[in-house]
Ligand binder design. Structure first.
Ligand SMILES: C[S@@+](CC[C@H](N)C(=O)[O-])C[C@H]1O[C@@H](n2cnc3c(N)ncnc32)[C@H](O)[C@@H]1O
Length: 235
């Protein structure tokens, strides 16, 4: 599907936020990582500088850095105003304030844009979208999905979520998804059914509390691993 930039809010998180969101250890970071729906996060830019092997995919990467940056500055004031109007919905331990949030998002998109053209040439940023990935079975050790699956449960149905997660599990040995809340701060209506399905079909699911919480109540990450003796696609 061709993405329309007018409908996109290109807000990206930093490497440090990803480490907290996904509870990433040095061992996790040493793996080959496929970061799905990565948008203008600076995880890849900062992680590559630190020597990690990260590939980011997103339909947004059909646009140029300039287009993505311009879109960010078209929407950022409005988004921060919305945050300021809903003070009960947010916790400020990490970003300190709406102003701090804005500064951190500006920093992330700036690092992303500076790295983007180079990273595209190196194949670190590629156009791609769920629920279909163009990678081989078990090509990556760790798959991450930040702020897309479950968060947009009101836009994408349960079948989309299940297909997407199974596809990530086909390509990656382990998958982590954050957050498990919707944009309305409700637990995703798809989560329980999907966890039950995965646990019946050869996967172990762990809902882990993490040290990052911006959306009130949004401090849980789903970690999915394959049970070696059970799963058809063994990595
Ligand atoms: C809220 S942003 C999250 C960006 C980044 N992961 C982060 O946490 O900073 C959601 C991203 O999902 C991407 N997206 C939309 N539809 C998608 C799809 N079908 N498959 C993969 N990514 C998609 C958007 O382009 C956008 O960059």
């Amino acid at each position: 599907m061709v993405m329309q930039l007018e409908g996109v809010v290109p807000f990206g998180r930093s490497f440090d936020e990803y480490v907290k969101i996904f509870d990433l250890t040095a061992r996790d970071l040493s793996k080959t990582i496929l970061s799905v729906a990565d948008g203008p996060a600076s995880f890849n830019a900062e992680g590559t500088k630190l020597g990690y092997r990260i590939k980011s995919i997103d339909p947004l990467y059909s646009f140029t850095a300039e287009q993505i940056r311009n879109r960010f500055y078209e929407v950022v004031d409005n988004i921060i105003e919305q945050v300021e109007r809903t003070p009960d919905d947010w916790l400020w331990a990490y970003h300190s304030s709406p102003r701090g949030l804005r500064e951190n998002r500006e920093r992330a998109i700036s690092l992303f844009c500076d790295d983007y053209e180079n990273g595209k040439e190196q194949g670190r940023y590629a156009i791609g979208e769920l629920p279909g990935l163009k990678y081989r079975d078990c090509e990556y050790e760790l798959g991450l999905c930040s702020h897309f699956l479950f968060l947009y449960s009101d836009h994408f149905d349960e079948a989309f979520h299940l297909d997407s997660i199974l596809e990530m599990l086909r390509v990656c040995q382990e998958v982590r998804i954050f957050p498990l809340l919707t944009l309305m701060l409700q637990p995703s209506p798809h989560l329980r059914t999907i966890v039950e399905y995965l646990e019946k079909t050869g996967y172990t699911c762990e809902i882990r509390r993490v040290s990052y919480e911006l959306q009130r109540g949004g401090n849980e990450m789903l970690k999915i691993t394959k049970i070696a003796s059970y799963t058809a696609t063994l990595c």
